[in-house]
Each structure stands twice: as structure tokens, then as C-alpha cells.
Design a protein around this ligand. Structure first.
Ligand code: F6R
Length: 244
């Protein structure tokens, strides 16, 4: 696991965007694993800017997203389909047919099987962008007594519902279920790339960066099993989490 400590979250996002740009330059038809949430928004902003300046061409790139709320249609403003359109897809030259965000409506078993297929078909993601939940979740693999290996339907924990309620009109409007890649799909990427910022993530990042323990109570600790993992953390959070 490689840990990059930056001066700021802004620098963290710039480094992540540079890594993605360099990967696409080297492998124009690469597959990128993408994430939603607040953390990667500036990464997408940088990628859009790079595209506008002609520094990166996404025309052959494939993408697959980590997760989607269950019960939200693609045009729901809080759906992850909508998020990806707004923050990235509509601003760059990705072929819509080469993008995949898990489906939040329809047949759950079929949708999870399709997500797994999209991760593996034609080769696994080169970079899998990741944020981290306050409880250490990756995608929607929530902290608990067990984890699930493959893509699945996941019940969200109260702490995740509370954290994500900031995007909804009311707490009771937050979906309680989501479709997510499992740990196996996340760890299939050549480079799982986690960006973390903010005091709320200190405890989870302590578990990831300090010591050698792996626990389902902090799913991010499974990143220790992957030699290709890259963690980008700003100095402030590195200090708060005891990693620096
Ligand atoms: C999003 C996702 C989640 C978020 C995590 C952190 O696709 O899979 O695991 O990365 O909840 O969210 P933010 O970045 O909003 O703190």
C-alpha cells in the first residue's frame, strides 16, 4: 500500500486526476472504476478541465461505478446516475455505451449480476476511485460482523443514512438499500485509489493506516490485502488519524 500525504485536499484531488489522466494517456481504452459522494467531485472537475484543454481523450475509455441507491431512477437528482452525468459524463467525450452505473430499479438479482459482469468483461478496472465512509465503508460495503464478496444489495447503516441525508430534503427520503460492488470487485482493480479528507474520517483512516489489523468492522482495512492500493490523504487528516 502506498500512502501519499498531501498539503491539502485540493492537492489530493489534483494528484488523483493526474493519475487518471496518465493512465488514459498510456491505455486509451482503459476501464476506470468511479465513485460518487462529495470526495471525488474536484477530481472530476479537474478531468473536465483537462479534457477541455485537450490534455485527455476519453473516447475509448470504459467506466463502471461502485454503487447506486436502490429505488432511485436514473433521472432522480440524488441518484448516482444523475450525479455522474452532472459531474463528469455530460462534460467529456466518453461514449455513453461505455459507461455503466449499477441499476437502482428493476430486478435486483439481475442488476447485481450485471454489475459483476461489467467489472470483469474485457478486463478489470485499472484505477478504482474510492471515497471512505465514517464507518470505513467502501462503496456501500458497510461495517458489520460480515462482509459480502460479490456485488449485492446492501442495507445502509444508520450512520450512512445520517451522513447522506445532507443531500435529501429529509432523513426519511434517504434510500435504505443500495446496490454495490462487493469487496472482491473493488479489490479486482489494479489500483484501488482512495482519497480521504475531513475529521469525520479520522477513526476509519486510523484503522486503515495504523497497524496491520483487518476487520469487517472497518471495510477499508481490506485495502491492506492489495499491494497496488494507493491512499491519498491530506496532512490535516493524516495527523488526526494518527498516521503522521
Ligand atoms: C460513493 C461511495 C461511498 C462514498 C463514501 C464517502 O460511490 O461508494 O462509499 O465514497 O460514503 O462519501 P463522501 O465522499 O460524500 O464523504
Amino acid at each position: 500500500m502506498k500512502v501519499i500525504v498531501t498539503k491539502s485536499y485540493e492537492e489530493s484531488c489534483r494528484i488523483a486526476a493526474d493519475m487518471i489522466r496518465d493512465e488514459v494517456a498510456q491505455n486509451p481504452a482503459t476501464k476506470l472504476g468511479l465513485a460518487t459522494g462529495s470526495t471525488p467531485i474536484p477530481v472530476y472537475y479537474h478531468l473536465v478541465e483537462m479534457f477541455q484543454k485537450g490534455e485527455v481523450d476519453f473516447s475509448e475509455v470504459h467506466t463502471v461505478n461502485l454503487d447506486e441507491y436502490w429505488g432511485l431512477s436514473p433521472d432522480h437528482p440524488q441518484s448516482y446516475h444523475y450525479f455522474m452525468q452532472e459531474n463528469l459524463f455530460s462534460h467529456i467525450n466518453l461514449n455513453p455505451q461505455n459507461t455503466y452505473v449499477p441499476k437502482g430499479t428493476g430486478d435486483a438479482a439481475q442488476n447485481t449480476a450485471e454489475l459483476t459482469q461489467k467489472v470483469y468483461e474485457g478486463g478489470v478496472p485499472s484505477i478504482q476511485l474510492l471515497g471512505i465512509g465514517a464507518n470505513g465503508h467502501l462503496g456501500f460495503n458497510e461495517a458489520g460482523p460480515t462482509l459480502v464478496a460479490n456485488a449485492h444489495m446492501q442495507a445502509l447503516t444508520q450512520s450512512t443514512i445520517d451522513a447522506n441525508s445532507r443531500f435529501f430534503e429529509a432523513k426519511d427520503k434517504v434510500p435504505t438499500l443500495a446496490i454495490t460492488m462487493g469487496m472482491r470487485e473493488i479489490l479486482a482493480a489494479k489500483t484501488p485509489l482512495l482519497i480521504a479528507t475531513g475529521a469525520a474520517k479520522a477513526q476509519a483512516m486510523h484503522g486503515l493506516l495504523v497497524g496491520d489489523e483487518i476487520t469487517t468492522q472497518n471495510p477499508s482495512t481490506f485495502l491492506k490485502l492489495h499491494t497496488g492500493t494507493v491512499v491519498i490523504i491530506d496532512e490535516e487528516l493524516a495527523i488526526m488519524s494518527g498516521a503522521k
